[in-house]
Design a binder for this molecule. Structure first.
Ligand code: NAD
Length: 493
């Protein structure tokens, strides 16, 4: 039986569930290579209609001014999604290859509940802020600031955490009063399409406020960057695509918000529990087969304990076998596609060419003859100049690097084009704090602390992005600022 009914694979355009004018394309289960079914293949014409609908809904309805109505709609969407959570979970496991244990907090229940946080912001945010009186050029004036929606948001998302990222864009963009065209990744169209069906059938969100265009063609999403009717592009994906989106958006000078790649460092200080820290680093890189932008993929250990750290980390990785994502005990599922696995395997060959050693893993697990699985892998014997230490691999692959002294650990962590996330383990609070202040990244976990939450801003320094997602900072990315000045005598209240 199909996981999905016909209407669940439609586009959502101007409040209607419609077929893609390009027909359909296949949805593949990465754990079995089985074709699960078909998704609507949106074309440039569908994208044009979706953008037009979003423009009309923004320009001709009261959506952007009706804060309480938007809060109600977002809570309605959250509650409707909660009512379909097992349907969504089944699709997420089958389409994304997401391990079941990750589907609640990271993929589904957590991000769905986060919509409530943004509903609260729609209701409670100070939309008008008083600047008080002044006398610029000698004229007594009262000033206030209005925060207003930016307009039409084009949201382009990747396949690795599709619900979390789709909701992290829909939540704040809608709460702020924007209308949205969402273009999900070609590998995970159903995750978005089912949300479109639920939104259309079970919420009062007006037609045109949310449009969802699935497509097999990346170029269809690229139209969101060039179209003058779109006011802001909110993009999550690779740094290379982010550059292209920013270039394309520059023609119409629209706002760009970018959440991009990472090569984050896990720094083990010499007073840390080496075994616990290295085991945690191994576990982290296996989670969702390493397909997370903020996963720590460079393990930095004191040089005088390098051999011991390599041994402990290799043992931990050996103990984590890739498995069926449906099984509750599976940590490391498949990679999303054959293309992605081939790309990761290319990096493993490169590691050897660069003089590195594959200490553990490096192959396809013998027990899975189907599915895009790869063994958890440890690369040792390279330094931070190696491409495998500098480029995002996006698989269950950890590179272990030695350092001498805390300052060198900070230098190596920062010697990267990226600056997304990281981890520091140590017992001396002052030393840990020095490292925290020295590492240039958007988030950092200390001794296992979890930085992800609805109210916690997430994003990158350097080439890991521009702007922040989540929290008040993330909400404000979707707002414009209007300063109003009136004669001081007119001040009210
Ligand atoms: P990708 O850049 O290939 O694709 C992302 C999205 O962009 C997809 O929807 C794709 O169809 C679309 N796209 C591709 N080319 C485009 C173009 N020229 N113009 C407009 N849209 C285009 O990324 P991916 O392989 O889907 O995802 C993995 C990447 O995403 C990794 O680099 C990862 O680090 C990054 N990522 C970042 C975050 C973050 O928050 N920083 C979160 C998750 C994933």
């Amino acid at each position: 039986m199909s996981l999905i009914s016909g209407d669940s694979s439609a586009l959502l355009v101007d409040g209607k569930l419609v077929p893609g004018s390009g027909g359909t394309f296949e949805v593949v289960n990465p754990a079995t290579e089985e074709v699960l079914g078909a998704a609507a293949d949106g074309t440039a014409a569908d994208m044009d209609a979706a953008i037009e609908a979003a423009r009309r809904a923004f320009d001709t309805t009261g959506w952007s001014r009706e804060h309480a109505f938007r809060a109600r709609c977002l809570r309605q969407l959250r509650d409707a999604l909660r009512g379909h959570i097992e349907e969504l979970r089944a699709i997420t496991i089958a389409e994304v290859g997401a391990p079941r244990f990750l589907t609640s907090a990271a993929h589904l229940e957590g991000p769905v509940d986060d919509l409530g946080y943004f509903a609260d912001l729609a209701e409670n945010y100070p939309w008008q802020q008083d600047l008080g009186n002044a006398a610029p050029m000698g004229i007594p004036t009262h000033r206030y600031v209005l925060r207003e929606a930016v307009g039409v948001v084009g949201a382009i998302t990747p396949w690795n955490f599709p619900h979390q990222i789709n909701f992290a864009k829909l939540g704040p963009a809608l709460a702020a009063g924007n209308t949205v065209v969402l273009k999900p990744a070609p590998d995970t169209p159903w995750c978005a399409a089912v949300v479109g069906r639920i939104l259309a059938e079970e919420t009062d969100i007006p037609p045109g406020v949310v449009n969802i265009v699935t497509s097999s063609d990346h170029a269809v999403g690229a139209l969101l960057a060039t179209d003058p009717r779109v006011d802001l592009v909110s993009f999550t994906g690779s740094t290379a695509t982010g550059r292209s989106v920013m270039r394309a958006a520059s023609e119409t000078l629209k706002k760009v918000f970018l959440e991009l790649g990472g090569k984050s460092a896990f720094i083990v200080l010499d007073d840390a529990d080496l075994g616990a820290a290295c085991s945690m680093a191994a576990f982290t890189v296996c989670t969702h087969a390493g397909q997370g932008c903020a996963i720590t993929t460079r393990l930095l250990v004191p040089r005088n304990r390098y051999d011991e750290a390599v041994r402990v980390t290799a043992d931990a990785l050996r103990g984590i076998r890739p498995g069926d994502p449906n099984e509750p005990g599976t940590v490391c599922g498949p990679l999303i596609s054959e293309h992605q696995r081939a790309r990761v395997e290319g990096y493993l060959r490169l590691a050897v060419e660069e003089g590195g050693t594959i200490v553990v893993g490096g192959g396809r697990p013998a027990e899975h003859r189907r599915g895009f699985f790869l063994e958890p892998t440890l690369i040792a014997g390279v330094d931070n100049t190696a491409r495998v230490a500098r480029e995002e691999i996006f698989g269950p692959v950890l590179v272990i690097l030695p350092y001498d002294g805390d300052d060198e650990a900070i230098r190596i962590a920062n010697d990267s084009p990226y600056g997304l996330s990281g981890a520091v383990w140590g017992t001396d609070e002052d030393r840990v704090r020095r490292v925290v202040e020295g590492v240039r990244t958007g988030t950092l976990g200390v001794n296992g602390g979890i930085w992800y939450a609805a109210d916690a801003p997430f994003g990158g320094y350097k080439q890991s992005g521009i702007g922040r997602e989540m929290g008040v900072a993330g909400f404000e990315e979707y707002l414009e600022t209007k300063l109003v000045a009136e004669p001081a005598a007119k001040q009210r209240g």
